[in-house]
Design a protein around this ligand. Structure first.
Ligand SMILES: NC(=O)c1ccc[n+]([C@@H]2O[C@H](COP(=O)([O-])OP(=O)(O)OC[C@H]3O[C@@H](n4cnc5c(N)ncnc54)[C@H](O)[C@@H]3O)[C@@H](O)[C@H]2O)c1
Ligand SMILES: [Zn+2]
Length: 365
């Protein structure tokens, strides 16, 4: 069992990482607001519930909590206002008060949705993240970004709202489908590209072990990813500076997700293709070399992720990217790479982005 800390003054919290944690009531109790006598609203999806909800509910009970089960529809298409309302409805029906702790059991969708439910229920109740996808373990469960989607754009309605505990049980990955697992690897390699060249080299040397879900390799990748995320969030909770680096590939990626319709490409798949486009744009802006871009492409391909973007049409890309939250005063701001291991943010005029979008398409298709 390993422990990290997100340092945000009175909103600081631990990230506990290791196998078997959803059975450990003493660890879970650390995130429960009022200890014994607490109420826990366990929010999960209909796909995750049969796998882990019973075990976690039993552990919460042993930790002294009254448990309310709230099961919502699964997947990105359910990250909506309607689903949020289901959570609030169930909490009100069960007379949950402001001391109720929401426990989010699932991937990034449940974490973002339940986190936003916690931020908004009676102006805010405590919440615990129990991530069960690789993406959620290494990224979305840490840092306090919560949101639902709007038909016009991803994560358009949300709040910064930190959990009281992240309980990262690595055993849950055993049941994660291969495609979801690879999607999570996109966020792992992202940390290497934006922040840590040595980690990038380590990923290049250990990608096969990671694909085989080798426990030691996986433990190291999860730990280092959470460590980087905690470090960045601790410096810049509200994304006025360095936190934007975490969005490498996401401006292009969100356009792909929204443009194709939520759930067509997985988040990590869209981000993977988006990181290749961002690397191309970084080269066109005079930073990365062609060999660097090839390395980005190769590592993403080895993780079994797409390196080629879907043909949405350039006008559609720009239209979608302009809705992105990183637009300021009409200019689209991109997260680019200064070199492998260091990012920067810059507004780039559309005409300079066009050749990068061109390079992102599969010309053979
Ligand atoms: N808040 C943040 O900082 C942040 C960061 C990155 C991504 N996100 C968001 O995260 C979402 C993507 O998250 P995701 O990739 O985890 O998708 P997801 O939450 O939809 O989970 C993927 C699928 O795997 C299933 N699943 C989850 N855990 C499982 C397990 N252990 N065994 C078997 N099946 C399991 C889920 O039911 C779902 O069908 C996006 O909405 C994205 O915007 C948020
Ligand atoms: Zn992401």
């Amino acid at each position: 069992m390993n422990e990290l800390r997100v340092n945000l003054a009175d909103r600081s919290y631990p990230i506990v990482i290791g196998p078997g944690l959803i059975r450990q009531e003493a660890v879970l109790a650390r995130g429960l607001g009022s200890g014994a006598g607490a109420t826990a609203a366990l929010v999960t999806s209909d796909r995750i519930a049969p796998l882990y909800a019973r075990t976690l509910a039993d552990t919460l009970t042993r930790a002294g909590a009254r448990v309310i089960d709230i099961v919502v529809p699964d997947g990105e298409t359910a990250k909506t206002w309607e689903t949020l309302n289901l959570v609030h409805d169930a909490m009100l029906a069960n007379r949950c008060d402001r001391k109720t702790t929401i426990v989010a059991l699932g991937g990034g969708v449940i974490g973002d949705l339940a986190g936003f439910a916690a931020a908004t229920y009676q102006r805010g109740v405590p919440f615990i993240q129990v991530p069960t996808t690789l993406l959620a373990l290494v990224d979305s469960s840490v840092g306090g970004k919560t949101a639902i989607n709007h038909p016009r754009g991803k994560n358009m309605v949300g709040a910064f709202y930190q959990p009281t505990l992240v309980l990262a049980d690595t055993d849950t990955l055993a049941t994660l489908p291969e495609r979801e697992y690879r999607s999570g690897l996109a966020e792992v390699v992202k940390y290497g590209f934006i922040y840590d060249y040595a980690f990038l080299e380590w990923l290049e040397a250990n990608m096969d072990a990671l694909l085989a879900r080798d426990p030691a390799a996986l433990a190291r990748a999860i730990y280092r990813s959470c460590e980087i995320k905690a470090e960045i969030v601790g410096q810049d909770e509200r994304e006025t500076g360095i936190r934007a680096w975490l969005n490498l590939g996401h401006t292009f990626g969100h356009a792909i997700e929204t443009g194709l319709g939520y759930g067509q490409w997985l988040h990590g798949e869209a981000v993977a293709a988006g990181m290749v486009t961002a690397a191309e744009l970084s080269r066109l802006q005079g930073h990365l070399s062609a060999a660097d871009v090839a390395r980005v492409r190769r590592l993403i391909a080895r993780a079994g992720l797409p390196t080629v973007s879907p043909r949405l049409g350039q006008e559609r890309y720009f239209e979608l990217m302009r809705i992105d939250k990183k637009v300021e005063g009409g200019a689209i701001r991109y997260v680019l790479l200064k070199r492998l291991g260091e990012a920067y943010v810059a507004a780039v005029p559309d005409e300079q982005v066009v050749p990068a979008l061109d390079a992102a398409y599969d010309h053979a298709a």
